[in-house]
Design a protein around this ligand. Structure first.
Ligand code: UD1
Ligand code: MG
Length: 486
């Protein structure tokens, strides 16, 4: 069968009652992505002719997530079980001959495993191939009942197990490959299961074997790939495994990670050779880090782009911003979206920036807020400089040229421009543009009053002395003195 006869069906209509959540199960997150995005990512390299997501619970929200990943949503309303979900998908499958079916809640599945299952299915010309896994704790999963070493008799759901079957430890991952012309008649024979009148896809297996159709179970090399997320504990375990896999991948790519189990890295993050991640770092979203960068302890980078040789000192929080080669931030810097530090620029301790461009080699070493600012190269911004970019109604820009020196504790009331090479005197409140090479000074003049302090002290001391003498003794104090004399 040519590859384009293949379709993928993701069952994603369920509510996920056991998670006790207002969010549909497949939209819960692990490893920095929703569960259904992981499943789609594993299927994408198969290049099937079509990918269908069966949606139901929170259908619109699930569709919003799957549509950009080229999955067509089919609505299952109400949800009458996994077998019913496949029947709902039938029309959308069109002329596909083969379908890989996956639950949207088993996100650890890998492309290689799907390929191996597909190859086994094709070689045996089977009607159905189940991806199974041998696990130490099979509780909660459907069990594989084998006819022989190579073929399957049935899948028995947990609620239907006899006492002898309870110890079977080969489980159904709910990932299958079906030859569709064989599946539909078998599914038509399946009877509703429980008081909810659910059709179980698992029952189609017994229906196929009753017709003497070939049903295989392909055992996953790594049983963790079959893990389904039915509970919060399952979610936590799957998340842990994703994080571990990601760290291992980055270390293989030449990234050093200290105390790896404390470092949290999302799936789409990349980092170059000889980059070092210290303990308790978080790299989130689509963060891209170049070579030889150091991300020191406690820093959280989300959707950041870092060039090479960037240093992020401890405890920085940086979001949707860019740091070019040799830039340095922190410790304790906060970069909000839209910030760009050009080559060799620096944002030091307790510096906050938002939507600001900082020129090559410019230093903003301490205690500063720059918002909607454009700063040229080789400029120095003194401690305590603040851009007043918001007037309660709108945001306004501050433009600072090249080679400017902004003295400490300067307030720049936007919109305002400081020309190239200008100086701003420390403690100024700048409300007007400063020309290139000029000095802006905007503060009260200093007045020194000689010997003022000594005179003041004398005045205060003599006032205190007179007050003491004038104060009458209270009765109780006089009594106390008397009794002490006795
Ligand atoms: C299912 C299998 C079980 C297997 C386990 C592996 C059945 C009856 N049982 O159980 O053998 O060991 O997965 O994780 O299939 N869904 C729909 N529409 C529905 C019902 C479910 O789209 O009407 C979707 C869910 O959103 C979910 C998937 O199908 O993504 C599986 O459903 P779930 O309720 O998680 O089944 P399990 O009880 O885990
Ligand atoms: Mg499940």
């Amino acid at each position: 069968m040519p590859a384009n006869d293949l379709a993928v069906v993701i069952l994603a209509a369920g509510k996920g009652t056991r998670l006790k959540s207002g969010v549909a199960k497949v939209l819960h997150r692990a490893g920095g992505r929703t569960l259904v995005e992981h499943v789609l990512a594993a299927c994408a390299p198969l290049k099937s002719r079509k990918t269908i997501a069966v949606v139901g619970h929170q259908a619109d929200q699930v569709t919003t997530v799957v549509a950009p990943l080229d999955a067509e949503s089919v609505l299952q309303q109400p949800q009458h079980g996994t077998g019913h979900a496949m029947q709902v998908a039938r029309r959308a499958l069109g002329s596909a001959k083969l379908a890989i079916v996956l639950p949207g809640d088993a996100p650890l599945i890998r492309t290689e495993t799907l390929r191996a299952m597909l190859a086994a299915h094709r070689t045996a010309n089977a009607a159905a191939t189940i991806l199974s896994a041998v696990v130490s704790d099979p509780a909660g999963y459907g069990r594989i009942l084998r006819k022989s070493e190579t073929s399957v008799q049935a899948i028995v759901e947990e609620s239907q197990l006899t006492d002898e079957q309870r110890d079977l430890n080969e489980i159904n991952s709910s990932i299958y490959c079906f030859t569709l012309e064989k599946l539909w008649p078998a599914l038509a024979q399946v009877k509703p299961h429980n008081k909810h009148r659910e059709l179980y896809l698992t029952d189609a297996i017994a229906a196929l074997t009753a017709k003497n159709e070939a049903v295989l179970a392909h055992v996953a090399a790594d049983p963790r790939e079959a893990l389904g997320c039915n509970t919060r504990a399952d979610l936590a375990e799957v998340d842990r495994i994703f994080r571990e896999r990601k760290r291992a991948d980055l270390m293989n790519d030449g990234v050093s990670i200290q105390l790896p189990e404390t470092v949290l890295i999302d799936q789409d993050v990349t980092a170059g050779e000889d980059t070092v991640l210290e303990p308790c770092v978080q790299l989130l979203g689509k963060t891209k880090i170049g070579q030889r960068c150091t991300i020191r302890t406690g820093s959280v980078l989300s959707d950041m782009i870092l060039g090479d040789d960037v240093l992020v000192e401890p405890h920085c929080v940086a979001v949707e911003s860019r740091l070019d080669n040799n830039a340095i931030i922190g410790p304790f810097a906060r970069l909000r979206p839209g910030t760009h530090l050009k080559e060799g620029a620096r944002a030091g301790n307790f510096v906050e920036m938002k939507k600001s461009v900082i020129g090559e080699g410019t230093k903003v070493p301490h205690l500063t807020y720059l918002g909607d600012a454009h700063v040229g190269p080789k400029t120095n911004i003194g401690a305590g400089t603040i851009t007043c970019n918001y007037d309660g109604f709108a945001k306004h820009p501050t433009t600072i040229g090249r080679g400017v020196f902004i003295g400490s504790d300067t307030t720049l009331v936007a919109p305002v421009r400081i020309g190239d090479g200008a100086y701003i005197a420390a403690g100024s409140t700048i409300t007007e543009n400063v020309p290139p090479e000029g000095l802006g000074i905007a503060r009260g003049r200093q007045v020194n009053k000689p010997r003022w302090a000594a005179r003041k002290r004398r005045e205060l001391a003599s006032a205190e002395h007179s007050a003491k003498r004038a104060r009458p003794r209270t009765k109780s104090k006089a009594k106390k003195k008397k009794s002490r004399r006795r």
